[in-house]
Design a protein around this ligand. Structure first.
Ligand SMILES: *Cc1c(COP(=O)(O)O)cnc(C)c1O
Length: 365
């Protein structure tokens, strides 16, 4: 191995990658056509998508996406976290919008091909990762309202910093009783483009008032808490001696976060009491007042686990405990990252190995 593993330029990027600032310059592409079905995945240089202006996906919103990560373990090996589970969720999102459902195994193979080719772009630091953004969009040109007969899945890759550590601060979130993100029977559970478009106006208003994000309430009663625009939400209650961790159930209006699922599993493994249950915003307010609600955090693939330090409820600004990060939030985040970086055993088969330690030229990180 005479070639250095990374150029000085790439080393500089990986020291401070930020989030989605530098793509690897490659994509993995899989096409679907009603006549021929799914193509094999191919890795290509990054390039514009050429689309007819009458393309169905642009007019009627048949567009869904995913977000997943590849991590480097301490021995230098590289692993994707739950790629087939992300593939299954992409297929469920696609089914809701009458789009072609890619087999999870094919999805995982496409992600693996991209990560293997761009292996040197997987950073070494704890919490750092290569973030993959798969997009599935209808590509057939036609203005008749009907499901497309052609789709393209294109997967993008970016080295990413974790959203915590130096310079990181807890989130402040607010609620809205004016607008809603989802109602039962709608598309709230799908990771579809339209769900993010509907969140933008209220998010922008929240940000203009000094908040980072919106904690969405249920679409009918506007009383139960649901999730943030891109992350699920957890509450940590301390009423007796043992803490209790709760999160709203997946009733069709929230995205079934794989981070959410992983944290519920890891907490249960550790003997922590967990429950999927509804909580009203009034109960949140009362819990913060009495101190029984000790921690609030948000979680998702991109942000991992982020504490919520401040909550705006009906014009009242409330601090969660002392406004900093609580011990359960830190414990659960580190439990997850330890599995992702191979520091603790992968008891649930969540890691798919892309590059073994003995295949990487003996490097150690
Ligand atoms: C992606 C997403 C999540 C988190 O899902 P993960 O699988 O944990 O990344 C939660 N809520 C919304 C609205 C999302 O888009």
């Amino acid at each position: 191995m005479s070639e250095p593993h990374r150029t000085a330029e790439l080393e500089a990027i990986l020291k401070d990658p930020g989030f989605c600032r530098h793509s690897t310059g490659h994509t993995a592409v899989v096409d679907w056509d009603a006549d021929t079905g799914w193509s094999d995945p191919r890795v290509e240089p990054w390039r514009d998508l050429a689309m007819d202006p009458a393309t169905l996906g642009l007019h009627y919103g048949q567009a869904v996406f995913e977000g997943l990560k590849a991590f480097r373990a301490m021995d230098g090996s590289v692993h994707l976290f739950r790629p087939e589970d992300h593939g299954r969720r992409l297929a469920r999102s696609a089914a809701r919008l009458a789009m072609a459902e890619m087999p999870a195994e094919l999805f995982a193979r496409a992600c693996a091909a991209l990560v293997a080719g761009d292996e040197r772009w997987v950073p070494d630091g704890y919490g750092q990762s290569l973030y993959l953004r798969p997009l599935l969009i209808a590509t057939e040109p036609d203005l008749g309202l009907r499901p497309s007969k052609r789709y393209r899945c294109v997967i993008l890759a970016y080295p990413a910093d974790p959203c915590f550590g130096a310079g990181f601060r807890p989130l402040s979130v607010t609620t809205s009783t004016e607008t809603v993100r989802a109602v039962r029977g709608g598309t709230g559970e799908a990771k579809c483009a339209g769900n993010y478009a509907v969140s933008l106006l209220t998010r922008s208003e929240a940000q203009a008032s000094g908040y980072d994000e919106v904690l969405w309430l249920d679409g009918l009663g506007r009383r139960r808490i649901e999730e943030l625009s891109t992350m699920n939400v957890f509450l940590v209650w301390r009423d007796g001696t043992e803490p209790r961790v709760t999160t709203p159930p997946c009733d069709g209006t929230i995205v079934r976060g794989l981070t959410r699922d992983s944290l519920l599993t890891l907490a249960t493994d550790r003997g922590i009491a967990v429950a999927e249950e509804h909580t009203t915003i009034d109960a949140v307010r009362a819990g913060l007042r009495s101190g029984r609600l000790a921690e609030v955090f948000a979680c998702g693939t991109a942000g991992v686990v982020v504490p919520v330090g401040r909550l705006g409820i009906g014009g009242e600004d409330m601090t969660v405990d002392d406004g900093g990060e609580g011990p359960m939030t830190a414990l659960l985040r580190n439990s997850l990252l330890d599995v992702q970086h191979g520091r603790t055993p992968d008891a649930h088969g969540w890691l798919q190995t892309i590059l073994r330690a003995d295949e990487n030229g003996g490097r150690r990180v």
